[in-house]
Design a protein around this ligand. Sequence first.
Ligand code: PMP
Length: 479
Amino acid sequence: EADAQTQEQVERNRSSHVSKSCSVSYANSGALQMQRGEGSRLFDINGIGYLDTRNNVAHVGHSHPKVAQAVAFQVQLLNTNTRYLHPNSSLLAKKLADLLPSPLEVVFFVNSGSEANDLALRLARAYKCSQSADERLKKQHVISVDHAYHGHTLAVLDVSPYKHHQGDEMTCPGHVKIVSCPDLYRGEHSLPINANNDTDDALVEDAASKYAAHVEAACDEITSSGNSVSAFIIEGGMSVAGVILPPKSYLKTCIEAVHTSGGLYIADEVQTGFGRLGKCMWAFQHSMGGNDSDICPDIVTVGKPFGNGMPLAAVITTRQIASSFESLGVEYFNTFGGNPVCCAAGLAMLDVLSSEGLQNNALTVGSYLQQRFCQLQSRQELIGDIRGCGLFLGIELVKDKITKEPATVETSFICSILKEKYHVLTSVDGFHENVIVIKPPMCFSKADAEEFVSCFEKVLVEDLPAASERLAQMKRTPT
Ligand code: PMP
């Protein structure tokens, strides 16, 4: 019956029965109805193929046959709640723990990134409460970074400043301290315009310590007011903030301060995990050049790419933290979290990631893409900054390279034209909605990269100059 629905019926049923709060992409320029996926491409109901530069869920590629077969096999055999022993979940827990630094050995399976971060906060609170009777009486505070997003449950919304002012739903709650986003391009301790992020080590070091000082100050403020630092939650590469990779030594200094105050470091790897940055399996390893011996989170959360599209996420922590939760006597039951079918998808995703060398592909293709955008930047005033690593890149668009005035409307226009005329899907994020965030399936090829950059250049050179009327209209009615 669903297959026989026309697009008109699909849109009518959706607009009558699905909340308007659940947004779809390209709502203003024609929402897409996708029918199938393959590798780095999605095909709509008219058979038009779209190059996908934004889908970090189909990690090893859309509808990868090995993942599809593993899921189909398992769903025909058994899917059930998680109250029974099953080799899929046990093996996946082991494989996941093996990918992380050794103290991280205990896994909780859940269904989404939000659930994972929610549970991570709960574990941190349990750990603090297990320390002493005195700790139990204190108010537990969490430190989070400006413009971060960690999910949609009430507890994680509290630590998601990106959502604090949206629609006046709420403002920052009292138990959350927001610190500056360590942005070297635009933030309060940004580098001078002509500094080179890679070579000006001293400048980067200085900015890193100034940003980390905000976390040190937050810890002091919390403890000196008689409260307790429960956790510092941060992504190793901040996506919604517009691909901000914390500068070298930032995380290390922050973690030292948080640990000194007795708090835990939660690494949110929901977007960035499983090799996306190419150099390392996890983004928290990036700032130390991929050397995981220097930084070890107390809790790591993973999601989106883990099940290659199946709802699979997890929290991984140390034996000590897990034990403090267990000692509370809580039964943690999650009906679907880590069921045999989703775990089959997770096992297949990990297999393909390794057998097809996709982490290395992310590094090679990502470096190539970055280099091609750098060439374009030298010819195009609009490209202010290019940053990131592997297949996690941000292109920040500005009206003027000196003032860095955000080119918000132009960015929105570029995304619309890329989709309408060139059939390329992109996403926009950042404090000013002026950063094109690139996080495609990890099988994104050099040819895909070439296609993307050449379409992008055509938009800048041909479509943008010819569209002054449409841009003026967009400025009058901001999206
Ligand atoms: N953490 C991060 C960094 C995210 O980007 C997201 C989702 N965009 C989440 C957590 C929440 O994940 P989910 O939508 O699967 O609940």
